[in-house]
Design a protein around this ligand. Structure first.
Ligand SMILES: Cc1ncc(COP(=O)(O)O)c(C=O)c1O
Length: 299
């Protein structure tokens, strides 16, 4: 699954620190912490018919990540929402839009690592693109990566940071193997998530998902678990050994970028029938009903 350039995004207007500029003219200072240290936090948001799904939860996760890194001058939620509105209005966007919202620790007064060099406060980037869900809804293929997700005493994955090198190393493995994405284990050898999404298995009608010891608290993941609770679909959150993946009847992954996507093969082995499964279909329908009705209007 390789995303393609979309012609409708050729003249995007991007919001960099409150200034709206054409994508070709957008720039970030070489003194910015994003450039210097990959020191930023981010959220992926999705706009459905003028409304952002679970906007409050995304902004809360952004704030928690920024606080965990001791950022100074974190903008309040209403200011961030206003910048999102301005960006969507400038681009006349309302549906099938993905927003990459990035908060940098900001500019340093000279190059270096020490956060005390950051004397200008944080910097917000709103990048909105025309981007329908990116994965093939008929199903994707994974390989299990050699690279693992770090434990919280190495780099807490609850901090949703712009440092994505562990995931990129795993994605390179997937690319080399001709797979769509990589399944990543935690440092104990249990399933964590893919390089970009949370994972779920279905076994004997029961939905299983790993705990989030080595991945972010997913907003789509949370919505799926709530749907299971609400509709009487049995589920368990627990450690999952890699071999349980091969024995699953169905598998799917979740994330804002691609919503709910079936996984039909892992390490060359078919999962279940090797096609989209019935419980995955049901959860996709329930999730679509949720995104069609819920959300915070921003257009
Ligand atoms: C590493 C990782 N896993 C999973 C997800 C999916 O999370 P969500 O459902 O909140 O989009 C993301 C999305 O940002 C992510 O970065």
């Amino acid at each position: 699954m390789l995303q393609q350039f979309r012609e409708e995004n050729r003249d995007l207007l991007v919001n960099i620190g409150g200034t709206i500029v054409h994508r070709d003219d957008a720039g970030v200072s070489p003194f910015d912490s994003l450039v210097q240290n990959g020191d930023g936090v981010w959220e992926g948001l999705r706009v459905y018919d003028g409304k952002i799904f679970r906007l409050g939860e995304h902004l809360e996760r952004l704030r928690r990540s920024a606080e965990a890194l001791s950022y100074e001058g974190i903008p309040p939620a209403d200011e961030i929402v206003e910048e999102i509105r301005r960006t969507l209005a400038a681009n006349r966007m309302r549906d099938n839009v993905h927003i990459r919202l990035t908060l940098s620790r900001g500019r340093k007064c000279t190059s270096g690592l020490d956060p005390r060099l950051n004397t200008s406060g944080t910097m917000l980037i709103v990048l909105a693109e025309h981007k329908p869900p990116v994965y093939d809804k008929s199903g994707i293929r994974l390989i299990t990566a050699r690279h693992r997700r770090p434990p919280d005493d190495v780099l807490d994955q609850k901090i949703h940071s712009c440092n994505q090198l562990t995931s990129i190393l795993a994605k390179l493995e997937a690319n080399a193997a001709g797979a769509d994405d990589a399944l990543m284990l935690d440092s104990r050898g249990f399933v964590a998530e893919t390089n970009a999404t949370h994972v779920f298995l279905v076994r004997d009608g029961l939905v299983l998902t790993p705990s989030t010891v080595a991945c972010p608290e997913g907003i789509t993941r949370g919505a799926v678990l709530a749907l299971c609770r609400e509709h009487g679909i049995g589920f368990e959150v627990r450690d999952i050994a890699p071999d349980e993946v091969y024995a699953a009847d169905e598998m799917f992954c979740t994330g804002t970028m691609g919503e709910i996507v079936p996984v039909v093969e892992v390490d060359g082995r078919a999962i279940g029938s090797g096609e989209r499964g019935p419980l995955t279909d049901r959860l996709c329908e329930l999730f679509a009903a949720l995104t069609a009705t819920e959300g915070v209007p921003v257009v």
